[in-house]
Design a protein around this ligand. Structure first.
Ligand SMILES: [Ca+2]
Ligand SMILES: [Ca+2]
Ligand SMILES: [Ca+2]
Length: 271
């Protein structure tokens, strides 16, 4: 079936997620905030102040870095909140629990939950994510079969040199055990390894999306039934180019939907 859709140019950022938290998580009924967002310095993040009922949230450092430590359900609630016009208040049907997805308090399992008709924002389907990342018609300069091996419009594995020069085919991944941000091997627990959207100019997809290759891995709507997991694609700052490829299996990096990790985030799609 052919249809049009839009997809976020960037992963959902710390700034965007902090606005969401401040709108609906003064009392965080469904754990939209994971305290690792502050304490894990590899990705920090977002801090929380106050006590339940009066929680407030602030971005730590660069606000255009991607949010992490979000489950598939956190991503779905973010979609619902946007669908509902970004309301403030408790986490109820009219804010986070209904809209794009009918969650009604679900925070685990939920593999039968699907996008509701009329959704205004959603987590991309695997096919939507895949097309935005890899597609470029051969007649418009793309690969012979219209799909690249990497989302950087390339069949050659990306490097990981951060700008400022607009280097083609670079992104935030591990290359020969070297981390992009430090250009050194070995994860320092005090070092932040995330990069802001647009840190690798010259490496966007044909449709203009950035960081579908690497940065943080991204949830999609897909269900990997053999493992009871949701789809995840694109690779990440702490893994190598294999997971970035269009050819990896659906199960290569899939996760149980309640999984919250330092290198897992999401981007939005809409009609
Ligand atoms: Ca959560
Ligand atoms: Ca190809
Ligand atoms: Ca990504």
């Amino acid at each position: 079936m052919n249809y049009e859709f839009q997809i976020g140019k960037t992963e959902v950022t710390l700034a965007q997620y902090a606005i969401f938290l401040n709108a609906v998580a003064a009392t965080d009924t469904h754990n939209l905030y994971n305290p690792n967002l502050e304490t894990n310095l590899n990705i920090a993040g977002i801090s929380r102040s106050g006590s339940s009922g009066n929680f407030t949230y602030s971005v730590i450092g660069t606000a255009t870095r991607p949010v992490t430590f979000v489950s598939w359900f956190d991503a779905a609630r973010f979609c619902n909140w946007l669908h509902n016009g970004r309301p403030g208040g408790a986490q109820i049907a009219s804010t986070t629990e209904r809209g794009a997805y009918t969650l009604d308090g679900a925070t685990s399992g939920g593999l039968t939950i699907t996008r509701n008709p009329g959704a205004k924002f959603w987590i991309p389907s695997e096919n939507e994510w895949y097309k935005a990342a890899y597609h470029q018609p051969a007649a418009q300069g793309g690969d012979a079969d219209d799909y690249w091996l990497y989302p950087t419009r390339s069949n050659v594995a990306p490097g990981n040199q951060v700008g400022p020069l607009p280097l083609a085919n670079h992104t935030n991944i591990l290359v020969s055990s070297i981390l992009s941000v430090t250009q050194e091997a070995g994860i320092d627990p005090a070092q932040n390894y995330l990069t802001s959207a647009g840190s690798y100019p010259g490496s966007a997809s044909f449709y203009g999306t950035v960081d579908q290759a690497g940065s943080v891995a991204e949830w999609n709507e897909g269900v990997v039934t053999s493992f009871n997991e949701r789809g995840v694609r694109g690779g990440k700052w702490e893994s190598d180019e294999i997971l970035v490829r269009s050819s990896v299996t659906r199960a290569a990096d899939s996760r149980v939907p309640e999984s919250e990790r330092r290198s897992l985030g999401f981007r939005m799609a809409s009609p």
